[in-house]
Design a protein around this ligand. Structure first.
Ligand SMILES: *[C@@H]1O[C@H](CO)[C@@H](O)[C@H](O)[C@H]1NC(C)=O
Ligand SMILES: *[C@@H]1O[C@H](CO)[C@@H](O)[C@H](O)[C@H]1NC(C)=O
Length: 360
């Protein structure tokens, strides 16, 4: 049917007008919602190769035997040594390195250090060889993305590969400080920490009743986490943890949950996007809940938090009383580390390092 020539512009305009609501109705179904940037494929490929090597090495018989050793081997003179791998995840200078150096001094045979710095970070501090020698190839990290998980897994994999004597893996940031001397921390990990069947446990916060949990579960879209991660299994906890070697391997080996947690968040839900606070607690709670204390050794002050950032301590707040207060906990264990401290706190912290922080 041909429309009369003169009427057609009006009819066309009318049709166009009528189609506007249709576009609005259909668009959400046809166009996927906008997401934040995904992890670059090249980074994923590099990581997979590294993680495979770490898992293969850790599956070899000698390292399995070492990992299975129980508390009875503590302080025994024979090898292997039981070491702690300190993993620093940073996007700025390691301002508190001088304080950490004091914490590590005299114990270098019992620890290794690894630093993952965001490529934009300028490391200017005159770090000692033990710090400087272990800066691992870092890739870009951002808030509200799974890149912080990748960086943590990269640190774990590197430390697994580097030294089979690494038995615990402590993840820290540039704004963390120690609250106790090294031997106190070491004892908390190796002596006073027997779980079921005398297995040593990981210190990682695992919570299932936070009010934000629901929004955070849906941050990547509706139902995208299924079937691997039903809402009832979704957990939250501190981004900073201390894992056993067995759990470090578990994390580096995982592909199943990672395929879900690496999905970029929806732009409209970016304020619910904190994948690094969910991936580790959810994975470990699914695979080995008995092997976790569910408690973090890192004290954070969430009072009056702004934009997802905890309270940042300023120089005038630093005192012996503050350190003693931060050590206290409601759990069986004392806190060993605290965050966040402003860079300007270095001076006041160094002043009380010997008299308070590194003294029980
Ligand atoms: C936690 O931070 C608040 C300010 O946000 C401060 O008033 C309080 O003293 C801090 N608590 C501790 C234990 O440092
Ligand atoms: C201990 O528990 C009390 C009461 O639940 C709480 O107010 C306080 O902040 C907790 N302290 C620590 C260090 O978690």
């Amino acid at each position: 049917m041909a429309l009369p020539y003169t009427a057609s512009p009006y009819v066309l305009s009318l049709l166009l007008l009528l189609s506007i609501p249709a576009v609005f109705l259909l668009a959400p179904r046809l166009i996927p919602p906008r997401t934040l940037p995904a992890i670059p494929d090249a980074d994923e490929t590099d990581d997979l190769a590294l993680f495979r090597r770490a898992v293969l090495l850790s599956a070899s018989p000698s390292s399995t035997a070492a990992a299975a050793s129980t508390t009875s081997s503590l302080f025994s003179p024979k090898r292997p040594q039981l070491k702690v791998a300190f993993l620093f995840l940073t996007n700025s200078d390691l301002i508190f390195a001088p304080l950490w150096e004091k914490f590590f001094a005299g114990h270098h045979d019992l620890l290794n250090l690894y630093v993952h710095a965001d490529p934009s970070a300028v490391l200017t501090l005159p770090l000692t060889p033990s710090f400087r020698g272990r800066i691992i190839p870092g890739k870009a990290t951002q808030r509200a993305s799974a890149t912080l998980i990748s960086a943590s897994r990269r640190l774990l994999a590197t430390a697994l590969l580097d030294d089979p004597d690494n038995h615990f893996f402590a993840l820290l940031s540039q704004s963390c400080i120690p609250l106790h001397p090294f031997p106190t921390f070491y004892r908390a990990l190796f002596s006073d920490n027997a779980g079921p069947r005398r297995r040593r446990r990981s210190f990682i916060e695992i919570l299932d009743d936070e009010p934000t949990l629901h929004d955070r579960y849906y941050a990547r879209g509706d139902d995208v986490m299924l079937p691997e991660v039903p809402f009832e299994r979704f957990r939250v906890g501190s981004q900073f943890f201390v894992l056993t070697r067995r759990h470090a391997v578990m994390v580096v080996r995982d592909r199943r949950l990672w395929n879900k947690f690496k999905l970029p968040c929806l732009v409209k839900r970016k304020y619910s996007c904190y994948p690094e606070e969910h991936y580790f607690p959810t994975l470990l709670d699914m695979q080995d809940p008995e092997g976790c204390t569910k408690f973090t050794l890192t004290r954070v002050n969430w009072t009056d938090s702004v934009d997802g950032h905890p309270h940042t301590y300023q120089p005038e707040e630093v005192s012996g009383d503050l350190i003693r207060e931060l050590r206290k906990s409601n759990g069986t264990y004392s806190h060993m580390f605290a965050r966040k401290f402003a860079p300007e706190c270095l001076g006041p912290l160094m002043e009380i390092a010997d008299s308070v922080i590194l003294r029980n």
